[in-house]
Every structure is written in structure tokens, then in C-alpha cells.
Design a binder for this molecule. Structure first.
Ligand code: PLP
Length: 385
């Protein structure tokens, strides 16, 4: 049987055993946290303890944590909830931001995938209307880390509120609401070892939002519906482990570089899509010229290596990556991109084991990589795809 190597941690990272154990206990509890009897009170206690743990991850107040169904809902709640009609987002945001506010002003990315404070300032200066700015801390496709603290300073000086999608950064980078200087932060449990279907929005003291989901006073009147007690408890358990014993950045960086060197030996014209310095330690986005990312993904999957194309973080989409496109990369580089994402549990044996497969998928000098394996023309122009 083919051994499977999971290198798609940015899509979702495996459930931590600590989270699974905590959830199993919580699932065995009967009470609705809104019930006043003892079972209800037990469930409520679990939720409030979890709220404190999740708040601590970003140095936030527990009262400022609103549990949601995940990062997507947290982003939607932040963007709709502040009732600011003028919204600016970076061109590389996740679809849960871009699609939530299709009319938002898009601040461009540099060739390195970063937002320049001057570019944000210029867009903010185009109107006096109160604005909301939404910038992610780390990009899901490329791992690019935005200078959020600096961007937030620029935005605040213009009187804007700032939302930060920290879904990919949490558990991988230091996260501090005050140091970032932002007003709202989105999180998702399954990106840091918790279960899927649970997330949170942090609100800085004094930030007022309106709910998206109506029907009860849950979550400080900001998100109606019976809470997912097991999900919330699993989220908190994962946060505790991610904060304490996350595989060190240095180890992940080493493994990522070993992976890249292995690729480079097998496929000399592989191109790296990302800045080395401002990048999540476990993310490697690369392009293979004259080759479709989807074709490589399928070949790697057959060989037991699970990765994503740059764009397919959600819903198995095969659309070309808007993140790479917005950086002005040539069409062939965008279409030939693959994202490897390493995380907790990734080990050297897996990375070394992947090496022979790269040789099989793309033997040096193999004509299948010199042309488009799908038979289409190779186009290196930076035109829109
Ligand atoms: N934001 C970013 C940067 C993400 O990578 C994702 C997940 O892919 C989300 C938001 C959405 O999170 P969830 O899957 O919890 O809805």
C-alpha cells in the first residue's frame, strides 16, 4: 500500500489528540449551555473556560471572544457587523473576505505579495467616509506575512477600524491583539489542531458590531444558536497545545527548505512563489513551468503525497489563484503552482520519502515537463487569466 504523506496543513491540520480527548468528554455531556439546571450549568462552565483559553491565545479579554462556525463566519461577521459601508481589503484575502464584500476597494499586492502601507494610505485618502480595513496576517496560499501592525497604524491614523484574518497565522506566529493594533481578529480551530466547524471573532474593548445570525442572546447577543460545546472545548484544547508545544519554527523551516532543495534537484526550473523572510515557516508555494498544477497534484496524490494547488484551499476549486494573479505573475507560473504546507507531525522521513516521487513525477529532462502535459500552449505573459 502507498504510504501517505500529508503536506496540506494549510487546508486543515490533523486534530490534536488532546482536542479529540477533550471533545469525547464534552460529547458525553447532556446539557444545553443555556439551561439553568446543573447539566446546563456544567456545559456553560466548559464554554466559559474555553473562552478564557481562546482569548489568551491573542492576549484578548474573554468577553471579547465570540464563537462562530469557523473562520468564514468570523470574517463575514466582522465585515458586515461593524456597519461601515466603506471597506478596503487586500487583493490577496481569502474568499470569505472577498466574496463577503464584493464592492470593497482592493488594495494591490506587491510582487512579493505584500501590502505597502503607502498604497493603503493612498486608498484610504480617497474619501473621508469612515472605513473598515481588512488585512490577513498570513496568506493561506503563499504563507506571505503582512506587516499588519504597520498597516493598522496607517489605518487608525485615518480613523479606520481594522480587521485581521489571522486564521492561518494563529498557532504559527505570535498573536497579540494589542501589539497588532487591530480591532477585530478572526480565527479557525481546524487550522491549529482543533475540530472543523468552529472559530472565533475577537473584538477589542469598545468595538460594537451587529449580529449576522439572529434568534437568541447567545454569545453576548452577537451570534444566536446553541453553542457547539464539544467544538468549543476541542478548540480550546488545541489552542493550549499549539501555544505550548508547537513544532518549532526552526524545525519546520528546515524541513521546508529540505523539501525545496529536493524539488530543485529533480526539477531545476522550479520557481518559488514567495518571499523567504516574510513567510509562514511551513508553507512552500512553487511553480513548474509548462505544467498545470492540477496535473502535478493528481500525480502526487497517486504517489501518496497530499498537496493543494495554490487556489484550492476551499471547495476543490481549480480556478487559477487570485493571490498569484494579483502579484502580477505570468499566466504559466500561476497555472503551474502547487502549495506544500507542513505542520505539526511532519517529519524528516516524510520529506525524504517524497524525494523519489518527485523524480518519478518529473524526471530530469522529461519532455512531459518541458511542454504542457495537457497539450495546451505555454504562455508566459502576465496577462489576466
Ligand atoms: N481565512 C483564511 C486565511 C483561510 O485559510 C481559511 C480557510 O481556508 C478561512 C479564512 C476560512 O476558515 P474556515 O475553514 O474555518 O471557514
Amino acid at each position: 500500500m502507498t504510504r501517505t504523506t500529508y503536506l496540506d496543513h494549510n487546508a486543515t491540520t490533523p486534530l490534536r489528540p488532546e482536542a479529540a480527548a477533550a471533545m469525547a468528554e464534552a460529547l458525553a455531556m447532556t446539557g444545553n449551555p443555556s439551561s439553568v439546571h446543573r447539566f446546563g450549568r456544567d456545559a456553560r462552565r466548559q464554554i466559559e473556560a474555553a473562552r478564557e483559553a481562546v482569548a489568551a491565545l491573542a492576549g484578548a479579554r474573554p468577553e471579547g471572544v465570540i464563537f462562530t462556525s469557523g473562520g468564514t463566519e468570523a470574517n463575514n461577521l466582522a465585515l458586515a457587523g461593524t456597519a461601515r459601508r466603506r471597506i478596503l481589503v487586500s487583493a490577496g484575502e481569502h474568499d470569505s473576505v472577498l466574496d463577503a464584500v464584493p464592492g470593497a476597494v482592493r488594495v494591490p499586492l506587491t510582487g512579493e505579495g505584500l501590502v505597502e502601507p503607502a498604497a493603503l494610505d493612498a486608498r484610504l485618502g480617497e474619501s473621508d467616509a469612515p472605513a473598515l480595513v481588512s488585512i490577513m496576517l498570513a496568506n493561506n496560499e503563499t504563507g506571505a506575512i503582512q506587516p499588519v501592525a504597520e498597516l493598522a497604524r496607517v489605518a487608525r491614523a485615518r480613523g479606520a477600524l481594522v480587521h485581521c484574518d489571522a486564521v492561518q497565522a494563529a498557532g504559527k506566529l505570535p498573536l497579540d491583539l494589542a501589539a497588532l493594533g487591530v480591532d477585530l481578529i478572526s480565527l479557525s480551530a481546524h487550522k491549529l489542531g482543533g475540530p472543523k466547524g468552529i472559530g472565533a471573532l475577537y473584538l477589542k474593548r469598545g468595538v460594537k458590531i451587529e449580529p449576522l445570525v439572529h434568534g437568541g442572546p447567545h454569545e453576548h447577543n452577537l451570534r444566536a444558536g446553541t453553542e457547539s460545546v464539544a467544538g468549543i472545548v476541542g478548540f480550546a484544547a488545541a489552542v493550549a497545545v499549539a501555544g505550548m508545544s508547537a513544532q518549532s519554527s526552526a524545525e519546520l523551516l528546515d524541513l521546508r527548505e529540505e523539501l525545496f532543495q529536493g524539488l530543485r534537484v529533480r526539477i531545476p526550473d522550479v520557481q518559488r512563489n514567495g518571499d523567504l523572510e516574510y513567510c509562514l515557516p511551513g508553507t512552500l508555494n512553487v511553480s513548474f513551468s509548462g505544467c498545470q498544477g492540477e496535473t502535478l497534484l493528481a500525480a502526487l496524490d497517486l504517489g501518496g503525497i497530499c498537496v493543494s494547488t495554490g487556489a484550492a484551499c476551499s471547495s476543490g476549486s481549480t480556478a487559477p489563484s487570485h493571490v498569484l494573479k494579483s502579484r502580477g505573475l505570468p499566466k504559466s507560473q500561476v497555472e503551474g503552482s502547487i502549495r506544500f504546507s507542513l505542520g505539526w507531525g511532519t517529519n524528516r522521513q516524510e520529506i525524504e520519502g517524497a524525494d523519489p516521487l518527485f523524480k518519478r513525477v518529473a524526471p530530469e529532462g522529461d519532455p512531459t515537463l518541458q511542454g504542457d502535459p495537457l497539450g495546451g500552449p505555454t504562455d508566459n505573459s502576465p496577462e489576466a487569466i
